[in-house]
Ligand binder design. Sequence first.
Ligand SMILES: C[S@@+](CC[C@H](N)C(=O)[O-])C[C@H]1O[C@@H](n2cnc3c(N)ncnc32)[C@H](O)[C@@H]1O
Length: 268
Amino acid sequence: MCPGVVIVMSWKDVDKGWGDQAKVWASIMEPRWWPEFDAVLRATDVGEATQYLDIACGSGLMVNMASRRGAQAHGLDASDRLLALARRRTPTADIQHGDMNDLPWEEGTFDVATSCRGIWGPNQDAVHEAARVLKPGGCLGLSFFAAGRESNQIGKAFHAIRRVSEHEIEWSQQLGQIGQTGRAEEMCETAGLIPGERQSLEFDLEGADIEHEVKAWMSAGPAWMAIQERGAEDVEHSLRTELAELEEEGIGVRTQVIIEFVVAQKPS
Ligand SMILES: C[S@@+](CC[C@H](N)C(=O)[O-])C[C@H]1O[C@@H](n2cnc3c(N)ncnc32)[C@H](O)[C@@H]1O
């Protein structure tokens, strides 16, 4: 591939990357992000009867957590196979297959919308859509990796994937821009929202052992693209080598991650 050329998938192709390992994502990768989901749901005050939407909801753990808090929960994602799990988890929720840049809800529908690592640097249109479907006075909770993730432990997994995939080198730089100082806030302001102060949280992704850890990362979209370029064996080998350093005897593999988020309000 030519340097600087990034293949941007149509939303209709997203399921190819995210759906292949949907069961693995839902059972061993997604649950490890619960501290982020919990923090964003609390910061946006999701509770009894909140009209709530999770954008790029994946297999729907956050939708389920919102529903348990009493919210009228809705979710949207482009991967049908992840959504099958989301629907199974929370049958009472309204879960839609679609594109975050063209949400299938009326203007002013929701009190709260969230997106956890679903809206990235190039996705300004998705922030506009989130703002459109919020009620006046409603808020968007947007979470993402803190800038400089390359130097954090989580960066090891991304590094392992990037060193076998030219596509991921370019693409992950563009995605990660949302973490840069002021960038997420600027995206919210451009969409007419008023961002509050950026918040940060730190936790460990927990893996039972290195095989568990490799399996978890192999279920993520970025690994899929690398697998298309280099084959599963190379990607697995790269992940195993990089992440082995994080294994602790009797503890398992613990990977520190720093997440930041902003809560931005739609003017009343
Ligand atoms: C990093 S995952 C995050 C999923 C979920 N928020 C979580 O934290 O587990 C990114 C998600 O974005 C979804 N996605 C990618 N492009 C999309 C689009 N254009 N519209 C809707 N969903 C999209 C993928 O299917 C995937 O579920």
